[in-house]
Design a protein around this ligand. Structure first.
Ligand SMILES: [Zn+2]
Length: 164
C-alpha cells in the first residue's frame, strides 16, 4: 500500500487492560478474524502492528478506506486517560502526515468511509470525536490540534516558535 489517508478510530473495547499490547497479541493470535490495522494508541504508548506499506482491514471492507489509509485505533479501557490518548494520537498522526506527505484534508474519522451493505453505512467512530454521530465541532477541534503538531515539525523552527 502507498498510504494516501489516515483513518482514526476508537476501539470501543472497554475491557480491563485492553491496551495496545493486548490488541497487538489479539491480532498476532488471529483473535480478531480478518480485522487488522496499523497502530493502537493509549495514554502511554503507540504500538505499530503492521507496516504502513501493508493494507489493513479496519474501515470499509474492500473500499478505499482499507486500500489507501493508515488505521489508528485509540484505546478506551478503564483507567486510560482519554485526553492523553488523544494527544499522543495527534502527535503520531502529525508524524505520519509528514512521513507520507498526507495533507490534513486526508486525515479522516472512520465515519468518513461508507460501509456498503451495513446500516448505518457510516459508523459512529471514533464516537467521542463526533457530534451526534457525525463530524462537527469536536472533530474540527481535533484536526486543529493535529495541525498544531504538524506545523511544529514541518514549519521552519523560527516560525514555529515565533507563532507561540
Ligand atoms: Zn472504527
Amino acid at each position: 500500500m502507498r498510504p494516501r489517508y489516515i483513518t482514526i478510530h476508537s476501539t470501543q473495547n472497554w475491557s480491563s487492560g485492553a491496551d495496545p499490547w493486548r490488541h497487538s497479541l489479539a491480532l498476532k493470535n488471529s483473535k480478531l478474524g480478518k480485522l487488522s490495522w496499523h497502530y493502537t494508541v493509549d495514554e502511554k504508548v503507540a504500538v505499530q502492528h503492521i507496516p504502513t506499506t501493508e493494507q489493513g482491514r479496519h474501515a470499509d471492507f474492500n473500499g478505499p478506506g482499507n486500500k489507501y489509509s493508515i488505521g489508528i485505533e485509540m484505546c478506551e479501557h478503564p483507567g486510560n486517560s482519554r485526553s492523553a490518548t488523544l494527544d499522543r494520537t495527534a502527535k503520531l498522526t502529525a508524524w505520519l502526515m509528514k512521513q507520507h506527505n498526507i495533507p490534513l484534508s486526508r486525515v479522516v474519522p472512520h465515519y468518513h468511509w461508507p460501509r456498503w451493505g451495513r446500516s448505518p453505512a457510516h459508523k459512529n467512530c471514533p464516537h467521542f470525536l463526533l457530534d451526534h454521530g457525525k463530524p462537527g465541532r469536536k472533530w474540527n477541534a481535533y484536526l486543529a490540534k493535529i495541525k498544531k503538531y504538524h506545523d511544529a515539525i514541518t514549519l521552519p523552527q523560527s516560525n514555529a516558535w515565533a507563532s507561540r
